[in-house]
Design a protein around this ligand. Structure first.
Ligand code: ME8
Length: 513
């Protein structure tokens, strides 16, 4: 059976340059993509930019630019961020591309043909910042301004002719779907929020706008443009050559394995998107995961609040792998979390430089001095050796299952513990005191090298660039990294060369105030 895995990030608004929140989702998606890839899956990993709608039109107007030229520029900085973060994405989609426009118009026609679209008039509240409609009971007044109680963003009154999608018709089908597919929305708490929202009753959804022009035209009615969320969500299909459902990409990768998103856009992904797909008779994705927010103080970090942290500045100062490691380890996945330079520096000093970097240095330097820089001929493994080595084979299936539930916290905890165990083993075994028992000394070094190799496999999805450097110890390459070899305790060939490597992570000097 083909093992195919399709993971997506949201497509981001290029209304301003990317910030740490965008970097966060992208890094988590990359960690999962790389994990699946070294577990033997064909992975399709999609990210991109969401370029239509009033929000973008107004942002372009502010700069006195044509929307497309404006998007061309900012979309580039998202593409560049993907490179800087070392994402292994296999595609980058822009909603202004032809392949996407064709796909959205096809989906619209299908919904229309199936009787799910009708023409009427919308009057109600709209948030340009969220590109979302809100009902009266979701509106408050603050400083004489109307704001959404859901997102805190300002709303404006809209009254215009609009096409509607019969969302109300799908309410029971959606509830049935959530019930029959209990892991469709994760984490659990978010699923419950969605279910109670749907149970409260769904109103039909306005899916076209007439009062501005920056968007995809409704087929056969060029006075209306398609609601930007119907446009944007369809990107997940457009990237697989939809509407050509016979294409290789579509056949291999649809339905998507996971749409990874922030909790801010859960309603769109967990209610509207599955309803559109049900109405169009297209299979639903397997998982919608809504992670927490990166906060700035107590607030969500966001462009509109102007409280953003630039990932490029952090990467410039500390490097990309430390940022990746930090976000995985220190932000409890699923919950909100904040960025602290102090905790980032602690991660670098204690986890990366000490527990990982130092272990590689100590073992390879010892190997050079005592085993002539080759993998030594070992004796039998004793209980301690096996306990350390078996830990990986005993846990790999558990970790696979946890990753399939996006339990990133379990995965990083396993790694942190393995690093602790490996260092403890080397200290407790005291190979420097075994110079009279070369067989035992060799076995300790062999075990330590083998454990470093296993830890490298485990860490690769999180800090890929550093792991590729570490693998030079064994003359291994990126393509040699796979989970299928993690249970093999005799992977390293006796007498093959062991190399010393440069320092992987420089410790950060802490200046006391
Ligand atoms: O909503 N913490 O785009 P967007 C964590 N174009 N993640 C954050 C974050 C934060 N403070 N801020 C943003 C859109 N994100 C639409 C999506 S998808 C079909 C269309 C991340 O630029 C998180 O993934 O506002 C969030 O859901 C997404 O960026 C919103 O990005």
């Amino acid at each position: 059976m083909d093992k195919n895995f399709y993971i997506t990030t949201p497509i981001f608004y290029p209304s301003a340059k990317p910030h740490m929140g965008h970097a966060y989702t992208s890094i988590i998606a990359d960690v999962i993509a790389r994990f699946k890839r070294i577990d033997g899956f064909n992975v399709h990993f999609l990210t991109g930019t969401d370029e239509h709608g009033l929000k973008i039109q107004r942002a372009a107007e502010k700069k006195n630019m044509e929307p497309l030229l404006f998007c061309n520029e900012i979309s580039k900085s998202f593409r560049q961020l993907a490179k800087t973060l070392n994402l292994s994405n296999t595609d980058f989609i822009r909603t202004t591309e032809k392949r996407h426009i064709k796909s959205v118009q096809h989906l619209w026609s299908l919904l229309e043909k199936n009787g799910d679209i009708y023409l009427s008039k919308y009057s109600g509240w709209y948030s340009v910042s969220d590109e979302a409609y809100y009902s009266d009971d979701e509106i408050n007044t603050k400083d004489n301004k109307k704001i959404s109680t859901i997102s805190g963003s300002t709303v404006e009154w809209v009254e215009e002719e609009s096409f509607f999608f019969r969302l109300s018709k799908w309410q029971d089908k959606l509830l049935e779907y959530y019930k029959n597919n209990p892991n469709f929305i994760l984490p659990e708490s978010r699923k419950n929020e969605v279910i109670s929202f749907v149970k409260n009753g769904l109103k039909d959804l306005s899916i076209s706008r007439k009062s501005f022009s920056w968007g995809i035209k409704v087929p056969n009615n060029d006075k209306h443009i398609i609601y930007v969320w119907l446009d944007a969500l369809t990107n997940y299909l457009s990237a697989l050559d939809y509407p050509s459902t016979e294409s290789d990409l579509y056949k291999k990768f649809w339905p998507a394995s996971i749409h990874l998103i922030g909790k801010d856009i859960l309603r769109f992904h967990a209610i509207y998107w599955p309803a559109f797909l049900l109405a169009a008779n297209i299979p639903l994705p397997s998982r919608i995961y809504g992670h927490g927010w990166i906060l700035s103080g107590d607030e969500k970090m966001s462009k509109s609040k102007g409280n953003i942290l630039d990932p490029l500045e952090i990467i410039d100062k500390y490097g990309v792998d430390p940022l990746r490691y930090y976000l995985i380890k220190e932000v409890s996945f699923g919950n909100d979390g904040s960025i602290s330079k102090e905790r980032l520096e602690n991660c670098i000093n204690s986890d990366l430089a000490n527990n990982f970097g130092n272990l590689c240095q100590r073992v390879t330097v010892f190997n050079e001095k005592n085993c002539s820089s080759i993998v030594p001929e070992k004796g039998d493994f004793n209980k301690e050796d096996l306990q350390l080595l078996d830990n990986f084979s005993n846990n790999i299936n558990i970790i696979r299952n946890e990753i399939d539930k996006q339990n990133i916290n379990f995965y990083i905890e396993f790694i942190v513990n393995s690093l602790f165990d490996a260092n403890k083993y080397f200290n407790d075994q005291e190979p420097w005191k075994k110079k009279n028992d070369i067989k035992r000394l060799n076995t300790i070094i062999f075990t330590s090298l083998e454990v470093i190799r296993k830890i490298c496999i485990m860490l690769y999805p999180i800090i890929p660039e550093s792991i590729i450097k570490s693998l030079k110890i064994f003359n291994l390459k990126e393509m040699d990294i796979n989970f299928s070899s993690i249970s093999n305790h005799n992977y390293l060939k006796v007498k093959s060369k062991i190399n010393k490597i440069d320092i992987l992570f420089k410790k950060i000097e802490k200046v006391n105030d």
